[in-house]
Design a protein. Structure first.
Ligand code: PEP
Ligand code: CO
Length: 449
């Protein structure tokens, strides 16, 4: 890094940071940031290192990354049932991928901090009035009026507190028996049970229970942490850099800086400029990093960013999350795979089949079609197999609730039904049933890898 100036947790401030809220009162903002920087970290360096090791395995094809959750978490939905249902659906998907796909699954939620959103436009017109765009609950309110849209720094503090509460419950659920494989049946939700996908899941759960019983019968103990606990990690887009800086801490055990707002932090497709503030900030923290790559990327720039963010070419450090869309993946992915491979870069390849498959339905709802999502995933696997690279993970926007936001799937959710339970404040998510269906399909693909 000889051509690079020295990194500090605030060196990003010398660069241009896109997609930041316009905080109206600097003194008030500084006060909140100061307070945040003295509060305890949300996650710990040791956990972050464990995740990096697991992602390194996934990059070799020895594990598979499942990353998913809301497009945008909401303060008003930070409730025990909501967190539990989201965890359940991710655990179910992980079991399907592990059992039917024969791969250990690294579970990473878009959760406990996914409160900041990049937007394509700074403002929007509501009833003829121009108001700031919604930038996530950590900046302003979704309510479509001028006052609600003015960024409020107290929301950063609230985001920290909500993330802490969410993580606390996740830790209880994953360590305290709720996630035990002995309870694999109990993760199936009532409204899913009656569906074809729910029944497929029940059959799989039965097979797992039989296998556990068999082990116990022949005297192998299943009373071990691998059975009774789940390893679950958190992630979000590292967008609001003041917040991220305030939660950046030096590891007291091994040294080095860690972003302690979540285990894995990713950089969005709109903020990954080589000379931008986001890249500058992320290069100095030791977390595993994701980077979204859409159709507008430049292959050489991607390689230069990899040099900047991962100069030691460490395995597990970089996850490249491609999001080209069903219609464009064939055009963009092969060239990128070849370039990264021939440059000898260690990366984990992950497919986000959501973000470039969004369209506005006739009903006016922003939606995604299950078929397009599946089609981008299929192409992702096929193209990797053709290039001899490893399709190592998937990234979804999903929820444990019975929402009607994406069309299609086994129940053929139609445009007319979107209005029934369209709850997202940002992008449309797969509901629990569609998520299970997706997992069964991916398991098939993994098995044939
Ligand atoms: C997102 O993941 O919600 C997002 C905004 O993605 P991207 O940066 O790929 O557009
Ligand atoms: Co989104």
């Amino acid at each position: 890094m000889s051509d690079q100036k020295e990194w500090t947790k605030s060196s990003w401030q010398q660069y241009t940071a896109l997609q930041q809220p316009n905080w109206p009162d600097q003194a008030q903002y500084d006060e909140v940031i100061d307070a945040l920087s003295t509060l305890p970290p949300l996650v710990f360096a040791g956990e972050i290192r464990d995740l990096k090791t697991l992602l390194g395995k996934a990059s070799q094809g020895d594990a598979f990354l499942l990353q998913g959750g809301d497009c945008s978490e909401e303060f008003s939905r930070c409730t025990a049932p909501n967190i539990r249902e989201k965890l359940k659906v991710l655990l179910q998907m992980a079991v399907i991928l592990t059992y039917a796909g024969n791969k250990p699954v690294v579970k990473v939620g878009r959760i406990a901090g996914q409160y900041a959103k990049p937007r394509s436009s700074d403002t929007e017109i509501v009833d003829g009035v121009e108001i700031p765009s919604y930038r996530g609950d950590m900046a302003n309110s979704i309510e479509p009026n001028l006052e609600a849209r003015i960024p409020d720094p107290q929301r950063l503090m609230k985001g920290y507190n909500m993330s802490a509460a969410t993580l606390n419950l996740l830790r209880a659920f994953t360590r305290g028996g709720f996630s035990s494989l002995h309870r694999v049946h109990a993760w199936n939700q009532e409204f899913v049970k009656r569906s074809p996908m729910g029944r497929s899941y029940d059959r799989l759960a039965k097979q797992i229970s039989h296998a556990l019983k068999f082990m116990e019968t022949i005297g192998i103990s299943t009373d071990i942490p691998q059975m009774k606990q789940a390893q679950f990690f958190t992630s979000h887009e590292a967008l609001f850099l003041g917040y991220e800086e305030a939660l950046t801490r030096e590891d007291s055990i091994e040294g080095g800086w860690y972003g302690c707002s979540g285990h894995m932090l990713w950089i969005g497709d709109r903020t990954r400029q080589l000379d931008g503030a986001h890249i500058e900030f992320l290069r100095g923290i030791n977390n595993p990093l994701g980077m979204k790559i859409g159709p507008n990327h430049d292959v050489d720039e991607v390689l230069r960013i990899l040099d900047r963010l991962n100069p030691e070419n460490e395995a597990g450090r970089m996850t490249l999350i491609t999001r080209f869309g069903a219609g464009q993946i064939e055009k963009h992915l092969p060239g990128l795979l070849r370039a990264v491979k021939s440059a000898g870069k260690n990366v984990l390849w992950c497919c986000d089949p959501m973000h470039a498959n969004t369209f506005t339905a006739e009903s006016g709802h922003k939606t995604r079609d299950f078929e397009n999502i599946l089609s981008e995933l299929r192409c992702f696997f096929e193209l990797h197999w053709a290039e001899g690279t490893v399709p190592g993970g998937v990234h979804f926007e999903l929820t444990g609730d019975d929402v009607t936001e994406c069309i299609g799937g086994a129940r053929q959710l139609s445009d007319e039904q979107l209005g029934l339970r369209y709850l997202t404040t940002c992008d449309p998510r797969l509901n629990a049933e569609q998520s299970l269906e997706m997992a069964f399909q991916i398991a098939e693909m993994i098995r044939t890898s």
